[in-house]
Ligand binder design. Structure first.
Ligand code: BGC
Length: 735
């Protein structure tokens, strides 16, 4: 191979020489070219075939492996670092932010491997890279997919300049159990919402073309059903009927595949006894055969060897054979493919065609990303690449739009600028916890705390007192907090969860606030001053005890770097809150799972809990505003092509401009199988100026929006009545 870049070159020289080489190769004609795979103008399939014709079996097997590299900040995976990474390795999870280290490793691959195949560098860019945005659950509450797409695009650009080619995102696991810590990482309880945000994320990360500047490959995860983990316990098994699979779990993946997602990650859980990572039915028949996915599947971290703990493989070798034969192309983390595939090939447990198929898919992505032409990342000063003003501005808008006003008694909010404010609570001055989980390259010093934001807006009207810690039983700071409250007109109380209380391996049996935080609320309530509760958390909480003690409640989620500014903007009224819940808040943990789209009960007037109300505390799609909206009647017209157009006029009858999301639900009241009480089929967010009326419309395609999918995944459209609901308005369509 051509090796005119040497290890004695500076990185700048290497970059220049690589560029010259790429230009030279690009000018060479495709036909008759000595090494076709190096010709950027040749079709990807031809380049893959040419390269594979030159590879040894050992080189092919190395392409199917991914290891960790750098300073691994995922505490669940510590200890997995590989000391001696071979230059032929297919992919690395790059946990460092040192671009030169990444380039040095890439140089090793390009120059020390026989064929110079670049490494694919992956990383968990979940809700931002250095600029950290609100967690995905919060993003869903914004109902603003344009902002989510723009955020993913900025995250991709930052990640790319940090040496990342591929993100393990979006997570689109429909999740209905808030005890599961990973609800923070997805877009809530509804399949359609997850589908819409999946599309936004894929488009944002990948742009128009994978090789475009600042674009990275996306990964739909965790395929499939991980959100159904029993009891909300992470990594546990699931029971998912074929009907639920098609109704609830597949739609986001179908949407993400249709949007062009380059990769998919297999999930940890088993489904009805078969781990997804070992399921040919799921990984090949459904994913490729039915959903039309043509990229590659990566296992989740150690998911291959975990087939042993899950009791379906006797050892790592059998696990490797099962996963590869199922259709899992790249082995993340556990080295089971690297260690076993050669012997499995020999024994006939794995076929050469199977290995070839997986290698071809992985190489195809490397070509599509342009890695053969541009293997190195320019080493630019971080001031030029990270935390750029436009990205921070986006973080602010997304934080503002994703916060949900849950209660506002007597219009306590927005706060008058003349009021004396006691800003209390362990979250008030905190920065790190506002980042949320999976914010590996986020830094607490980039974050504006609520205290920062409130001081900026209200100046010395704000008196801060910590009150207590997040947990423990130390009440020694209570007295100071009560004194601050007594001297003020209103209390802004910032409570919630530490960032590590949600995310991976962070299941919780109780999703109430810790006892010490509850005690603090009670102490402050006794002062008689109105309490505005501001919550930072990664999951819905049970707030039944706190709700009556607070005049207002603002759910700020884990809002990222601009969280404090956004919160203060909402509390002051400069921003009118517009977020609505993408996940139900239970009244009691005993209600879980509780979600909006359950199927109707056999006895509609019976079957309620005898000890608590059956209704949740806050419903899906619930959220208040500082203005009022009045919905007109729904109008439906039928179109010549068999579709329908439904419209509803919404008037802003209050005295502030606002952003209102309209949710369109469909109910199929009589069907050959019982259908959910209602299902979200479309949503749209628009600005409505005070006094103005804006018309929202929903184009109804009967097969897409009225049919149901049966347990075989086929759409079934039945004659009869369908009910369309928007807020408190109802209209019927007769088919
Ligand atoms: C998580 C994945 C993540 C991977 C790599 C696993 O433990 O389940 O979501 O992408 O680690 O960090």
């Amino acid at each position: 191979m051509i090796t005119f870049v040497t290890k004695f070159d500076t990185m700048e020289n290497r970059l220049t020489k690589s560029a010259i080489l790429a230009t030279f190769l690009a000018l060479m004609p495709a036909s008759g070219f000595a090494q076709l795979y190096k010709n950027a103008d040749a079709p990807v399939a031809d380049r893959v075939a040419d390269l594979m014709s030159r590879m040894t079996v050992e080189e092919k097997i190395w392409q199917l492996n991914q290891a960790g590299f750098g300073n691994n900040k995922n505490i669940n995976n510590i200890g997995e670092k590989l000391k001696h990474i071979p230059p032929q390795i297919g992919s690395l999870i790059y946990t460092d932010d040192d671009v030169s280290l990444r380039n040095a490793m890439q140089w090793k691959a390009m120059e020390e491997s026989r064929l110079g195949i670049p490494i694919l560098f992956g990383y968990d860019v979940i809700h931002g890279y250095r600029t950290v945005y609100p967690i995905s659950l919060a993003q869903a509450c914004s109902w603003n997919t344009e902002l989510a797409e723009a955020m993913s695009s900025v995250a991709a650009r930052e990640a790319k300049s940090g040496g990342i080619d591929w993100t393990f995102s979006p997570m689109i696991d429909v999740a209905r159990d808030p005890r599961w810590g990973r609800v923070a990482e997805g877009y809530g309880e509804d399949p359609y919402t997850n589908a819409r945000f999946a599309i936004a994320a894929v488009k944002g990360y990948q742009g128009d073309t994978l090789s475009g500047e600042g674009n990275i490959a996306a990964c739909l995860k965790h395929y499939i059903g991980y959100g159904a983990s029993t009891g909300g316990r992470d990594y546990s098994c699931t029971e998912i009927s074929d009907q639920a699979l098609w109704d609830t779990y597949i739609p986001p993946y179908q949407a993400g595949v249709n949007a062009g997602a380059a990769t998919v990650m297999s999930s940890f859980n088993d489904i009805n006894g078969v781990p997804s990572t070992a399921s040919r039915f799921l990984q090949t028949d459904i994913l490729r055969g039915r959903l039309g996915f043509d990229g590659f599947v990566v296992s989740d971290w150690n998911a291959v060897e975990q087939l042993v703990s899950q009791g379906v493989a006797a050892d790592r070798a059998q696990a490797a054979a099962m996963a590869l034969n199922a259709g899992v192309d790249l082995d993340m983390g556990d080295n089971a493919y690297a260690e076993n595939l050669a012997a499995l090939l020999e024994s006939g447990d794995v076929a050469m065609e199977t290995i070839d198929r997986s290698v071809a898919l992985i190489l195809a992505l490397k070509f599509r990303l342009g890695l053969f032409e541009n293997p190195y990342t320019p080493e630019l000063p971080v001031e030029k690449t990270m935390l750029q003003p436009a990205g921070r501005e986006l973080a602010l808008r997304l934080a503002e739009e994703s916060m949900v006003l849950l209660k506002n008694k007597d219009g306590v909010l927005p706060l008058d600028k003349q009021l004396r404010i006691a800003l209390i609570g362990p979250m008030a001055a905190d920065k790190g916890h506002l980042l949320g989980s999976w914010s590996g390259h986020g830094r607490w010093e980039d974050v504006s705390s609520v205290l920062d934001g409130m001081k900026d807006r209200f100046g010395d009207k704000v008196k801060y007192s910590k009150g207590c810690d997040f947990d423990g039983d130390d009440t020694s700071l209570f007295a100071e907090a009560v004194a601050a409250a007594s001297e003020s007109d209103v209390i802004v109380l910032c409570l919630g969860e530490k960032r590590e209380w949600s995310g991976e391996n962070a299941s919780r049996a109780s999703i109430e606030l810790p006892v010490i935080q509850k005690k603090l609320i009670k102490e402050l309530h006794a002062t008689g001053k109105p309490i505005v509760l501001v919550l930072t958390n990664g999951r819905p909480l049970v707030l039944t005890e706190e709700e009556p003690l607070c005049a207002s409640i603002l759910e700020m989620w884990q809002p990222g770097v601009e969280g404090g500014v956004a919160t203060a903007a909402i509390l002051s009224g400069d921003i009118n809150p517009s977020g609505k819940l993408a996940m139900t808040f239970p009244r009691h943990v005993g209600q879980i799972p509780v979600f909006y789209c359950e199927r109707p009960r056999a006895r509609r007037d019976q079957g309620f809990y005898q000890d608590i109300p059956t209704e949740p505390l806050y419903d899906f799609a619930y959220g208040l505003s500082y203005t009022d909206y009045t919905y007109g009647d729904i109008n439906i017209s039928s179109n010549a092509d068999g579709t329908y157009t439904a419209t509803v006029a919404v008037t802003n009858t209050g005295n502030r401009d606002g952003l209102e999301t309209v949710h369109w639900f469909v109910t199929d009241p009589v069907s050959s199988i019982s259908r959910p009480a209602k299902e979200l089929k479309f949503f749209e967010k628009k600005q409505i100026k005070k006094g103005a009326t804006v018309v929202y419309s929903f184009e109804i395609d009967p097969i897409r929006d009225l049919a149901f999918v049966n347990s075989k995944g086929e759409p079934v459209l039945e004659k009869g009545r369908y009910i369309l609901t928007v807020k408190d308005k109802i209209k019927t369509i007769e088919l």
